[in-house]
Design a protein around this ligand. Structure first.
Ligand SMILES: [Zn+2]
Length: 249
């Protein structure tokens, strides 16, 4: 082998080693992402326990009768608060559309676990809403801006029996409510698309320039509830249970 050919041989071998290295790194990175976001859903253990071992519920549940000190919003129901947290990519959500709110799984029968307004505001229940209300608020963290809190699944599995209190019939618009006003009870109604465990889905929704609420089903139309409630409610923070108030901001 001449000196030049020997040099070329070395360059090619170096290039091959680098390519194999890059391929291995890409595989490892992809594997890690799958591990982190698909296979290992950090919020699953407590949620699985909640349903598999009902005896565990007493030690996982929280109940709040006032907002956490220094935070504006009241946790709107009791149970496994944030059992499916905001920003979770666990099924049926995914990386492209994470969970746009928090789920609070109550301990008890459908129609018995109360749901309260998180903050003072003006309540709307659209004419065709079986299980849902939404409340308009002046954003306590950004005064002058409008945000909304959204509460759903408050009906039986079929949607025949609504668990929303009679004070808020379908076609209610801009009715004043206070923090802690009883809205209804946790239920099972999900439009009939798939079976859900009984819970409240709660989210904080941004508004359009005209002040109307954005589509709450789209993740980027919602806000991280953590700084409003003072609880660990973002999947990125790997919530633990029972929930305890975060230190005041
Ligand atoms: Zn939900």
């Amino acid at each position: 082998m001449t000196g030049k050919r020997k040099h070329l041989f070395h360059v090619r071998r170096l290039r091959a080693v680098l390519l194999v290295g890059l391929a291995l790194a890409a595989l490892a990175g992809g594997g890690y992402l799958i591990y982190k976001y698909v296979w290992r859903s950090p919020q699953h253990p407590a949620l699985l326990r909640w349903f598999d071992e009902p005896a565990s519920r007493a030690e996982l549940a929280s109940s709040f009768d006032a907002p956490c000190p220094g935070y504006p919003f009241l946790a709107p129901s009791s149970g496994l608060v944030g059992g499916l947290p905001w920003n979770s990519t666990a099924a049926p959500y995914n990386l492209l559309n994470p969970h746009p709110g928090i789920d609070i799984f109550g301990a008890g029968a459908p129609g018995t676990i109360p749901v309260y307004a998180a903050y003072d505001g003006m309540l709307t229940r659209e004419a065709d809403w079986v299980a849902t209300v939404i409340i308009r608020h002046d954003d306590p963290l950004h005064p002058g801006e409008t945000i909304w809190t959204y509460y759903t699944h408050m009906a039986d599995q079929t949607g025949v029996e609504s668990y929303i209190v009679p004070a808020f019939p379908p076609g209610t618009y801009e009715k004043p409510v206070q923090q802690g006003t009883l809205l209804g009870y946790q239920g099972l109604y999900n439009g009939g698309s798939y079976l859900i465990g009984m819970h409240l889905h709660f989210s904080i929704v941004k508004s359009n320039p005209d002040g109307s609420y954005k589509n709450e089903a789209i993740f980027h139309n919602t806000l991280d509830p953590t700084p409003y409630l003072g609880l660990a409610l973002n999947a990125a923070d790997s919530p633990t249970f029972p929930q305890r108030c975060l230190p005041p901001p």
